[in-house]
Design a protein around this ligand. Structure first.
Ligand code: PRP
Length: 200
């Protein structure tokens, strides 16, 4: 008997490669993994779940720049009025040469004080898990009331350190993806879909 597909799984092939809203194609994209419709629909589901979980509460939503910018904007609009949403951003980078330790350098810090507040960190992708492990440790030291992570994409096969975000848009295979905020060498962030980059 067929089992019900997890909402986090990449949609079946019929949705891959379709561009229902005339998104501009790009010659460097091998295939579209998640089209606009799949991204919109899953983001609405995540927004509804977050709205239920934080109903009646004040929530500090923290976008991790730059990759989260497009997902963050869509997710915010999917969170209902029952949540008192405040917005802030951080930007982080790995210390050069110490990627295996996962130590991050904060390039842009919060302007809001997270102490005693419900905080939701929004990311585009969790790959090795090093960035979010380090970032959440840093934020936890500032004693938020609660701290959770929402990521659009999760590559569980690539973890170097165990990390489980509470909210996951899609679990994806280990392919190099760009678009919808994700870059390669700062390019392709504007693509309205998540696509696999063609090997050069
Ligand atoms: C990406 C992504 C995460 C991190 C995930 O950021 O936005 O922050 O990598 O990788 P990890 O799980 O292996 O640590 P990136 O450094 O590419 O910067 P960007 O957000 O500016 O694109």
């Amino acid at each position: 008997m067929p089992t019900e597909r997890s909402r986090e799984e990449v949609p079946p092939p019929h949705a891959v490669g379709k561009r229902p809203t005339d998104a501009p194609s790009h010659p460097d994209i091998l295939k579209i993994l998640l089209d606009e419709q799949a991204l919109r629909s899953r983001t609405r589901e995540l927004g509804a779940q977050i709205s239920r979980d934080y109903a009646g509460r004040r929530l500090l939503v923290v976008g991790v720049l730059k990759g989260s910018l497009i997902f963050m904007a869509d997710l915010l609009r999917a969170i209902g009025a029952e949540v008192d949403v405040h917005v802030d951003f951080v930007a982080v980078a790995s210390y050069a040469g110490t990627a295996s330790t996962g130590t991050i350098r904060v390039l842009l810090d919060l302007r809001e004080n997270p102490e005693g507040r419900d905080v939701l960190v929004v990311e585009d992708i969790v790959d090795t898990g090093l960035t979010l492990t380090s970032l959440t440790e840093t934020l936890r030291a500032r004693r938020p009331r609660s701290l959770e992570v929402c990521t659009l994409l999760d590559k569980p096969d690539c973890r170097k350190i165990p990390f489980q975000p509470k909210y996951v848009g899609f679990k994806i295979p280990n392919e190099f993806v760009v678009g919808f905020g994700l870059d390669f060498d700062e390019r392709y962030r504007q693509l309205p879909y998540v696509g696999v980059l063609r090997a050069s």
